[in-house]
Design a protein around this ligand. Sequence first.
Ligand SMILES: Nc1nc2c(c(=O)[nH]1)N[C@H]1C(S)=C(S)[C@@H](COP(=O)(O)O)O[C@H]1N2
Ligand SMILES: [Mo]
Length: 200
Amino acid sequence: MSERRLPPGQYVPSGWPAVHYGPVPRFRPQRWDLQVYGATANAVRHRWDWAEFQELPKVDVVADFHCVTRFTVTDVRWRGVAAATLVELAPPAEEATHVMVWAEYGYSANMRMSDFLRPDVLLATHRDGEPLEPEHGFPVRLVVPHLYAWKSVKWVRAIEYLTADRRGFWEERGYHNRADPWAEQRYSYQEDPGDGPPLD
Ligand SMILES: Nc1nc2c(c(=O)[nH]1)N[C@H]1C(S)=C(S)[C@@H](COP(=O)(O)O)O[C@H]1N2
Ligand SMILES: [Mo]
């Protein structure tokens, strides 16, 4: 067995914990849509219903998944729509620098546009060949392997393009704005000036 490189302070658990704040939303296919809005080119609001979303081209990504509560799930095989594909279909305005990813019930996470555009970031529909389980984000979740997993928003419903950074749900409740697990950016008190908008 080869030695695996884990980010500092992480361990590999048995199984896959489900971690979220609040209840698991029920999927209503007739009412589901995915929207891209905010600082889009020409201020257009983009929308895909469930049938349209399923027609989008998909990719496979294998990646580790690092939760700030210190577990790392290794070699997860995801399938879904690359975030970069979505951005291509819903072009941002030139001034767009960050995105806010929105879930059912108002959960949100922010990140730089450059983080969102990394080739292994995707809107996943499947894990290890199976549709996501409800508690892991069915029907669609974001996966951002290079940042702590609270940025991997489950039950995604919208992407908002931002012209200035704004904190999401955990980023305004004490977690680090950038959340790089290799730099162990866990908490907002560790932020350097410029890592995020001021906290009040
Ligand atoms: N909508 C939503 N997405 C969420 C959360 C949440 O509370 N709500 N929790 C995040 C956190 S803290 C983690 S660690 C991962 C856990 O994903 P998993 O339950 O599939 O392991 O989901 C993230 N995505
Ligand atoms: Mo987490």
